[in-house]
Design a binder for this molecule. Structure first.
Ligand SMILES: *Cc1c(COP(=O)(O)O)cnc(C)c1O
Length: 221
């Protein structure tokens, strides 16, 4: 099936209030354009170099989500155009994003990434680390970032009960943060969870953003 067909089949499974990020990492410009021409306009990349290389070659109204681990020295290159940095996992990174956004008069939206999987290798915060960031006086004075929600990746497994449990943990973190830090902030509303293998469970558990690559573009080599 074509990318366009893959997208239209997939979109039938995704409720209208859930945003679809088409994860285009490793895929060429032509593939992204095919998805764009079929109506998709949010794309996700996990390497700064790759995103920086692709962005100028593609339509300006694409919303770029950075979904990977961000190195602080790369922030200045994506700050001018990135729509959402999905995987913030330190105060140091937030400070750099705020600093670079300030230089160009932007407010950059970010999600806090939580470690919800059993795998050791996945990045992300635990709940106490997130609280430390949000309680830090340095965070409170940052004017050029906005935390709009949370993000997480479930364990790569076919144990659907484990995946569901991990997504519930993330949702629980979201509601706790909402109550304690963002109760008066309407913009704090996103729960980014769900990939090709587990997006249906994620949607059942309250995802507002799914990040899907393989189903749309085919397997990565
Ligand atoms: C690659 C990636 C995805 C998409 O993975 P698929 O299984 O191809 O849908 C989603 N989120 C993150 C953070 C990724 O790195």
């Amino acid at each position: 099936m074509s990318i366009k067909d893959n997208l239209s089949v997939l979109l039938k499974e995704i409720p209208e209030n859930v945003k679809l990020v088409a994860v285009s990492k490793t895929k060429p410009i032509e593939d992204i354009l095919e998805a764009y021409n079929a109506g998709q306009n949010i794309f996700g990349e996990n390497k700064a170099q790759e995103m920086i290389a692709k962005q100028p070659q593609l339509p300006e109204n694409i919303h770029w989500h950075f979904i990977g681990h961000m190195q602080t020295n790369k922030v200045k290159h994506i700050a001018p155009f990135v729509a959402l940095i999905e995987a913030v996992d330190s105060l140091k990174l937030l400070k750099e994003i705020s600093k670079q956004a300030n230089k160009i008069n932007r407010v950059i939206d970010c999600l806090l990434q939580f470690h919800i999987a059993t795998e050791e290798t996945k990045f992300g915060l635990d709940f106490d680390e997130a609280k430390e960031i949000l309680d830090n006086p340095e965070f409170k004075i940052m004017k050029n970032i906005r935390i709009t929600g949370v993000m997480g990746m479930a364990t790569f497994t076919d144990n659907t009960e484990l995946i569901r449990k991990e997504f519930r943990t993330l949702k629980d973190y979201f509601y706790k943060l909402k109550e304690n830090y963002f109760s008066d902030k309407d913009y704090f509303k996103e729960i980014s969870m769900g990939m090709s293998g587990d997006y249906k469970i994620a949607i059942e558990e309250g995802s507002t953003i799914v990040r899907i690559g393989s189903i749309i573009f085919g397997a990565r080599t």
